[in-house]
Design a protein around this ligand. Structure first.
Ligand code: HDE
Length: 716
């Protein structure tokens, strides 16, 4: 199965316009060449056909290889181009994956904004989305504990609009000036460049303590949100407060939210750790394969708005990026849908060269005085210059789909050729004048500003713990347990007692039981109750359990079917058909990858199954669920195979739905080694401890249980 997917993926890659097309993908065609076109011959970069690109021009005689000639401009060009292939990786969010798609609107937001992209329900706006981790370098693993970037470039008819968001709705710091510090503290330590892509080290936690404003965010990064099962199964948040202005000139503050159709799901930590080694590209591969298979990921797009007149009606500052706007106070209004439906043709020129800027906004959308956003507006533009150079906005992936004209000129790597005798405004020809409001010009909102120039913020920015408590209180018991364990893991990796002791003190300001459990685990002094008065409140929308899809689905989930010679073929084919029909991806796993024969068949019968993987080649961690069909001989073989038992036990430990039929029921029972567990012996479906058993083949029953387990989270 996996090989089939890869084969079909390769086929599709050959077709450079695979997936859905859009105005942007058509635009990109002008710059796209297909290497598989049979007419191509290798040329130099200046277009001369080359006969030999394998051997440098040398002075040779019959029996002697002589010196290489500097004259070989083909040789020099090839090496020179290779030497300069790398550009600086992003200073943060270096590791990422992108995809094309579309944004559609099912409800106009004309009451709050004049932006075409948010009011015209007949439009289909092309998008490019890049997901990323934050701390790791380009080659780091996908499944580390970290915030995920969720950056969306909307190629609107009025120019590019970028939402450069994360999968967590708040941020560590309130002021952009602290960004270099928080990132330096989280990145590998400066003396030895250890650890890679981890927040589990002294400096990160030292910084967290010294800035109590980080408390809310680190509660999120210690929660399951920081180990998502898939990019397709996480929310996206603009985090910063932006503004919307409508045709009447009224202004609203706004936050942007994307909620995935598939629900919000996470790994358990042990799984994430193992996958980081077993398949460091897990998320990248997951997104790629889903799109290649036509299972296009979708998100609902929502806005939370607050009229300008109500800016100060909250007990937190609505411009503070360390705070959420609780849904009870500011409901989310879902108005659109984001769909990803086409993989990039080339990683470097698209996913690597795409450049997002929070400052990219279109008429009807504006900034707020959020001090984190204001700094970001400078930083992104600036970083693209050092990463890509001047004229980076002319790179194919970054070019808007609407016309671009102005009197900016020249600079390294300028592509556009602008004809005409003037390059300034005003000019005697009135060539390329500014636009009027009627022509769609961006008109700044006439905001009243007054105050004292000082390096400070309003008093509400000084309260840091209330929402950390709100978040923690709102989590389900398993989510809280995971968060406690995550803190235990992280602080165990800090060897400076000052660091972990102080963090345990900080935790007691949020929740004493949590602080005490973590302190015991990590060998800290056990904190006493803090002086802070707890509010004991909860809020909607913070626990990820609330995002189970309305109709549970196993579409695109990876299900392993474990067999050995003598397996029950009725059960095997039954479950495989049911899973495929439901859009899941069944993979056959066996002790070897050569043909496996069912009961009554042997070599030569032609009735065997060629497994996708053998037991040592793949581990249970790489699948969402496991099914074991019966068959006495097959089960006997699997029982004798320590790895097979480990597969079941590990899947059970990771709280995955496990299905078994016939003789496999007892095998699963023994592998899980839970004496109190109930198992099915006849045809009924029995679920106990998250393990599903059917005494005889009942593919529908298994499918339903997998749907249930995966429809919620994998820690039910
Ligand atoms: Fe970023 N951030 N950031 N950030 N950020 C970058 O820009 C920065 C922040 C986010 O897939 C950089 O092009 C500052 C919050 C994403 O290409 C850089 C501050 C949020 C991406 C930068 C923040 C983000 C970046 C590095 C504090 C969530 C990846 C490369 C004021 C809303 C975009 C680049 C991609 C990337 C600066 C804080 C999200 C250096 C100064 C808050 C998703 O410009």
């Amino acid at each position: 199965m996996a090989s089939e997917i890869l084969a079909s993926a390769t086929e599709k890659v050959k077709d450079t316009m695979s997936g859905q097309s859009s105005k942007k993908t058509t635009d990109l065609q002008k710059n796209t060449k297909d290497v598989h076109d049979k007419n191509w011959r290798i040329t130099s970069d200046y277009g001369v056909k080359q006969a030999n690109t394998d051997e440098w021009l040398t002075v040779t005689s019959e029996d002697k290889t002589g010196p290489m000639l500097l004259e070989d401009n083909f040789g020099r060009e090839k090496i020179h181009r290779f030497d300069h292939e790398r550009i600086p990786e992003r200073v943060v969010h270096a590791r990422g994956s992108g995809a094309f798609g579309k944004f559609t609107l099912f409800e106009s937001a004309a009451d709050v904004t004049s932006a075409g992209v948010l009011t015209d329900t007949s439009r289909e706006t092309p998008v490019f989305v890049r997901f990323s981790t934050v701390l790791g370098s380009r080659g780091s693993a996908d499944t580390v504990r970290d915030v995920r970037g969720f950056a969306v470039k909307f190629y609107t008819e009025e120019g590019n609009w970028d939402i450069v968001g994360n999968n967590i709705p708040v941020f560590f710091i309130q002021d952009s000036m602290k960004f270099p510090d928080v990132i330096h503290a989280g990145k590998p330590e400066p003396n030895n460049e250890i650890p890679q892509a981890q927040s589990a080290h002294n400096n990160f936690w030292d910084f967290q303590f010294l800035h109590s404003e980080t408390t809310h965010m680190f509660f999120w990064t210690m929660s399951d949100r920081a180990i998502p099962r898939s990019y397709r199964m996480m929310q996206g948040f603009g985090v910063n407060t932006f503004t919307l202005t409508n045709d009447k000139g009224e202004r609203n503050f706004v936050k942007f939210i994307f909620t995935p159709e598939l629900g919000v799901h996470s790994f358990v930590w042990d799984e994430a750790l193992k996958i980081a080694g077993q398949n460091p590209d897990f998320h990248r591969h997951d997104l790629w394969t889903a799109i290649e298979n036509g299972a296009y990921p979708k998100w609902k797009f929502g806005i939370q708005t607050i009229p300008e007149s109500q800016e100060h009606d909250f007990d937190f500052d609505i411009l503070d990026a360390t705070k959420v706007w609780p849904e009870e106070l500011v409901p989310i209004r879902y108005i659109g849908e984001l769909e990803l439906n086409r993989n990039p043709d080339e990683f470097f020129t698209q996913t690597e060269q795409v450049a997002f800027c929070t400052s990219h906004i279109v008429p009807g959308i504006g900034f707020s005085d959020d001090p984190l956003l204001q700094g970001r507006n400078f930083s992104y533009q600036d970083t693209q210059l050092s990463r890509l150079g001047t004229n980076w906005e002319e790179l194919p992936i970054n070019k808007p789909v609407c016309p671009v004209m102005n009197h900016n000129r020249d600079g390294a790597m300028r592509h556009t050729i602008t004809k005409g005798t003037v390059n300034y405004w005003p000019n005697r020809f009135e060539a390329a004048p500014p636009a009027t409001a009627q022509e769609g010009a961006y008109i700044e909102y006439p905001q009243k500003v007054a105050g004292i120039k000082a390096r400070t913020k309003s008093p509400k920015f000084r309260e840091h713990i209330n929402q950390a408590e709100l978040f923690y209180n709102s989590l389900s018991a398993p989510e809280q347990a995971h968060l406690t364990a995550a803190l235990g893991f992280e602080l165990d990796h800090c060897d400076d007692p000052v660091v972990y002791k102080r963090i345990c003190e900080r935790l007691s300001e949020v929740d004493l039981t949590l602080a005490q459990s973590v302190a015991e685990m990590v060998g800290s002094d056990v904190p006493q109750a803090s002086k802070r008065q707890k509010h004991n409140k909860k809020a909607k929308g913070l626990s990820q359990l609330e995002y189970a899809p309305a109709t549970p689905t196993i579409a695109t989930r990876r299900i392993a079917i474990l067999i050995a010679d003598g397996f029950d073929s009725v059960a095997y084919y039954g479950i495989k058909a049911a899973l495929t029909a439901a859009g899941a991806l069944p993979f056959t796993i066996a002790p070897r990858r050569n043909t496996i024969y069912p009961v009554g068949e042997s070599k030569g019968s032609g009735k065997g199954v060629v497994p996708d993987h053998h037991l040592e080649g793949m581990r249970s961690t790489l699948f969402d669920s496991v099914f074991v069909p019966g068959g006495a001989q097959s089960i006997q073989t699997l029982r004798k195979n320590g790895r097979a038992t480990h597969w079941i036990r590990e899947a059970f430990g990771h709280l995955k739905a496990i299905g078994a039929s016939g003789e496999a029921v007892q095998f699963v029972r023994d592998a899980c080694d839970l004496p109190g567990m109930e198992f099915s012996t006849s045809g009924e479906v029995v679920e106990s401890y998250g393990v599903v058993t059917v005494g005889q083949v009942n593919a529908e029953g298994f499918k339903e249980k997998v749907e249930m387990a995966k429809g919620a989270t994998n820690f039910v």
